[in-house]
Design a protein around this ligand. Structure first.
Ligand code: CA2
Length: 153
């Protein structure tokens, strides 16, 4: 999934990267993640981005390497910020931690649910150790809050 809203310099572009299984958003487990789809989230972000004078590029992949490549791309292209919901890779991926440390683009970690109130294995976040800011447990509106935070950077 790849949705860009454009006509802005790259320095105004916020990458919104979503990891494994987030393509199922709104389609499965609505009691945990709500009933909005990732396309709905992309539309919400595009509307808010217009108001904030930034642009968003919303992507999803089930492959860790794609997320890493996109983070490197955001860095080389000079993106303003990255909003990252790495899904379960949050709790396992030292590679994502290294990527966040390696690039100068600020990364804002987002989780729809609050992983710290769920199973023990979700309590630790490699992404959170390196991210500039974390928003979790605010449902999909957490993405919009992350965009507002990014726009102020
Ligand atoms: O709360 C979040 O946003 C999570 O990042 C979601 C991940 C989970 O592993 C993290 O601990 C917290 C899971 C993404 C799975 O997404 C689905 C969405 C809807 C239905 C099924 C899976």
């Amino acid at each position: 999934m790849h949705r860009a809203s454009n006509q802005h310099p790259m320095s105004d572009t916020v990458y919104v990267l979503n990891g494994p299984n987030l393509n199922l958003l709104g389609l499965r487990e609505p009691e945990i993640y709500g009933s909005n789809t990732l396309d709905d989230v992309a539309s919400m972000l595009e509307d808010r981005a217009l108001e904030l004078g930034v642009s968003v590029d919303v992507r999803q992949s089930n492959h860790e390497g794609h997320l890493l490549d996109w983070m490197h791309e955001a860095f080389t292209e000079g993106a303003k910020a990255i909003i990252l919901n790495a899904g379960a890779l949050t709790h396992t991926s030292i590679a994502l931690y290294d990527a966040i440390k390696a690039i100068t683009v600020p990364v804002i970690e987002v989780h729809i649910s609050d992983p710290t109130t769920r199973e023990e294995f979700r309590h630790h976040s490699y992404v959170g150790l390196a991210a500039a800011h974390t928003i979790q447990g605010h449902g999909v509106k957490g993405y919009v809050e992350a965009l507002e935070y990014a726009a102020k950077l």
